[in-house]
Design a protein around this ligand. Structure first.
Ligand code: 5GP
Length: 189
């Protein structure tokens, strides 16, 4: 089967999806990242366009009304949206796109791009996920419990994905991830 040049990666918050995607972007020059838009607050170390276009709720809703997004979702009480124009832009340059979306986004993309490669990253268990989120966002972060509750719901949807990778150790998980990307690029270039 000829695949769409698109990797859709989902995971509960804190499962390590961003690190896997970042490493793959360094290792494969054929890959390009999709920068999506969000209304959430920036975290320390983040900036405009890294890893999102950070916009106000008003701006987001205006872009949405104007048809700028191919899909939008409310995730952990914040808006996220994927610009529509980026797909053809990247594909016309022969690139493979990698994008990180929540389970709702992946469900929408399955309708538009049924031949994309769908990958779900799982934490080893919920306790480990809690520890990683506490380390990243602080034990008293107000959305920690929202993210953990959502994680349980998201994990139930993992079987809908073609590939599921348990991120127990970064190196082991990455070698699985890299292999999926390598063979897809090789077979679809
Ligand atoms: P975070 O705020 O932790 O960076 O991301 C929260 C969640 O939003 C993640 O599951 C991420 O995959 C998802 N996300 C990021 N951009 C988009 C998007 O454009 N659409 C959808 N549906 N989800 C997104």
């Amino acid at each position: 089967m000829k695949r769409d040049k698109l990797f859709i990666v989902s995971a509960p918050s804190g499962a390590g999806k961003s690190s896997l995607c970042e490493r793959a972007l360094k290792d494969f020059p054929e890959l390009e990242d999709i920068i999506t838009s969000t209304t959430r607050q920036m975290r320390p170390g983040e900036g405009p366009g890294n890893p999102y276009h950070f916009v106000t709720v008003e701006k987001f809703l205006e872009l949405k009304r104007n048809g700028y997004f191919i899909e939008t979702a409310l995730v952990h009480n914040n808006h996220y949206g994927t610009p529509a124009h980026i797909f053809q832009d990247a594909w016309s340059r022969g690139k493979f796109l990698i994008m990180d979306v929540d389970v709702q986004g992946a469900a929408t993309f399955r309708k538009f791009f049924p031949n994309a490669v769908y990958i779900f990253i799982k934490p080893p268990n919920i306790d480990e996920l809690r520890k990683r989120l506490e380390k990243r966002d602080g034990a008293h972060s107000k959305d920690l419990s929202v993210r953990l509750q959502n994680a349980i719901k998201e994990l139930e949807l993992a079987p809908l994905y073609e590939y599921q990778i348990v991120n127990d150790s970064f190196d082991r998980a990455y070698s699985e991830f890299r292999e999926i990307i390598r063979t897809t690029i090789q077979n679809n270039s």
